[in-house]
Design a binder for this molecule. Structure first.
Ligand SMILES: *[C@@H]1O[C@H](CO)[C@@H](O)[C@H](O)[C@H]1NC(C)=O
Ligand SMILES: *[C@@H]1O[C@H](CO)[C@@H](O)[C@H](O)[C@H]1NC(C)=O
Ligand SMILES: *[C@@H]1O[C@H](CO)[C@@H](O)[C@H](O)[C@H]1NC(C)=O
Ligand SMILES: *[C@@H]1O[C@H](CO)[C@@H](O)[C@H](O)[C@H]1NC(C)=O
Ligand SMILES: *[C@@H]1O[C@H](CO)[C@@H](O)[C@H](O)[C@H]1NC(C)=O
Length: 437
């Protein structure tokens, strides 16, 4: 097994950038006390105190009057690993809507605050600000390096004098700080990716992750599959292993080993187990009436998720189906696909349909049979009953017709009161029948 080093190396730039930064800062806040390197420590403490007061004061004020800028949400301190990204949020209320700026200083060098702008640090810094009732700003820094660690400060002001170079910025800008710590990403040596054989059973194997270096002792490790933790895989070992005793295509997926740390973000490495898709579940047949809607579907296992296609077998050929006809709709996502056929046509639509799942490892397909009955189909039971009733009526009528002449004769032969006497009536009939025979 060869090793995959899950570690990212970043080079640091800055030179050309710094000049630009200085320029933009100079324009905005030349007199910022925090930015004055020669400030005495005592004075700095006072500045920090008045800063805190300004923040607390503005927080209180925001409930009383919306005159001054005040924080609704201030950025939160975070610990991140190299190569990762962070986002800080700042939400400020005030009337008029305050302006938001982001500033950065290295840790222990609070005199070195410089303004950040969108696109700084070779476009790894992004700043998005929306001015509405509140001013809301998001600072993002991606592909972190150790040098991105430091104090990030959200400054806000709606003071009309805020950019006046003769004003003390401490009295016109409210500030909120977050400390971002960046730790070297731990390195994990992980097993290679696996491809399961398509036609035969795979022998058992295990996935391995060895934590080879870390900023601090780890606390635990566990495994995930497709983003979900696999139960009972937690261990405290630096060498973590996940055994697959009977690997099948539904074991294919994106596996990840995760190492957790006391007070730092978890580190992970991922291993892919790939396999050809297999369709485990589809609609074998569908019976619908014309004009109705039919739904056929297929579900797959295997990884990566397949590309799906649907075809119909027509006159010895396969016709690819897509949304273009306006009556067929193919809806596919990951391990599932659905074919909807609207307004079924009794002459064109019945037949054999196929769903086809294809990924880089292989392909698999299944067929479904669609039967379409006439509109009248649901009426058939009712028609059947009506038909039976009609037949019955006809039989009765015919029978009555054949019987009628005799009844008339009877009526003629026998007078009113005699008619009610049925025994006499029968005797009469019998007699007469014998006579006629
Ligand atoms: C992890 O460490 C174990 C024990 O040292 C070793 O046998 C295994 O090959 C290592 N795994 C990888 C992927 O390097
Ligand atoms: C795995 O590590 C990457 C890079 O550090 C990180 O962005 C991602 O969120 C981690 N995923 C999990 C599930 O921990
Ligand atoms: C399909 O994927 C979803 C989420 O990715 C999962 O919950 C579901 O179990 C999968 N279905 C099959 C048949 O693998
Ligand atoms: C086809 O139509 C379905 C249902 O309306 C829709 O969900 C799907 O995204 C469409 N597919 C394409 C490729 O436009
Ligand atoms: C499924 O579709 C793919 C791509 O169109 C094709 O290469 C493959 O042959 C089809 N699979 C089968 C079993 O017909």
């Amino acid at each position: 097994m060869s090793a995959v080093l899950c570690e990212e190396k970043e080079e640091e730039e800055e030179e050309e950038e710094e000049e630009e930064e200085v320029l933009s800062v100079a324009a905005a806040l030349v007199t910022a006390p925090a930015a004055a390197p020669e400030m005495a420590p005592g004075k700095r403490r006072a500045t920090v105190m008045s800063l805190s007061l300004a923040i607390v004061g503005s927080l209180l004020l925001q409930y009383v009057s919306s005159q001054n800028a005040g924080f609704v949400k201030s950025p939160l301190s975070e610990t991140k690993l190299t190569g990762d990204a962070f986002e800080l949020y700042c939400d400020v209320i005030g009337n008029p809507t305050p302006e938001i700026q982001w500033w950065y200083s290295e840790i222990n060098r609070l005199d070195s605050f410089r303004q950040l702008w969108d696109g700084a640090r070779k476009r790894r810094v992004s700043i998005g600000t929306a001015y509405g009732v509140n001013a809301v700003s998001v600072l993002g820094v991606s592909r972190l390096t150790l040098d991105d660690a430091g104090i990030y400060e959200c400054r806000a002001s709606n003071d009309p004098q805020r950019n006046n170079l003769h004003q003390n910025p401490v009295s016109t800008w409210v500030r909120a700080q977050a400390t971002v710590t960046v730790l070297q990403k731990p390195s994990i040596v992980a097993s290679e990716h696996v491809v399961l054989p398509t036609d035969s059973h795979s022998p058992p194997f295990s996935l391995q992750c060895n934590l080879t270096s870390a900023h601090s002792p780890h606390s635990e490790s566990f495994w995930t599959k497709n983003g979900e933790e696999i139960p009972e895989t937690r261990s405290t070992s630096k060498n973590s292993e996940y055994k697959l005793v009977k690997p099948r295509s539904d074991d294919a997926g994106l596996y990840m080993c995760v190492f957790t740390f006391e007070s730092a973000p978890p580190a992970n490495a991922s291993i892919e187990i790939k396999s050809a898709p297999e369709i485990h579940g589809h609609k074998r047949s569908e019976n619908r009436n014309e004009g109705q809607r039919a739904v056929l579907y297929c579900k797959s296992v295997g990884y990566p998720h397949p590309a799906w296609t649907w075809r119909k077998f027509d006159n010895g050929f396969f016709r690819e189906l897509d949304n273009s006809s306006g009556r067929f709709f193919v809806n596919s996502r990951d391990n599932y696909t659905e074919l909807l056929i609207e307004n079924l046509d009794i002459s064109a639509d019945p037949g054999e349909y196929q769903c086809n799942a294809t990924n880089i490892i292989g392909t698999h397909e299944e067929k479904s049979i669609l039967r379409v009955r006439s509109h009248l189909a649901p009426l058939w039971p009712l028609l059947g009953v009506i038909f039976e009733v009609i037949i019955l009526i006809i039989i009765i009528v015919v029978y009555e017709k054949r019987k009628k002449p005799e009844d008339i004769q009877d009526d003629d032969d026998l007078a009113g009161p005699m008619k009610t006497n049925s025994t006499n009536n029968h005797k009469d009939k019998n007699l007469r029948q014998r006579n006629t025979n």
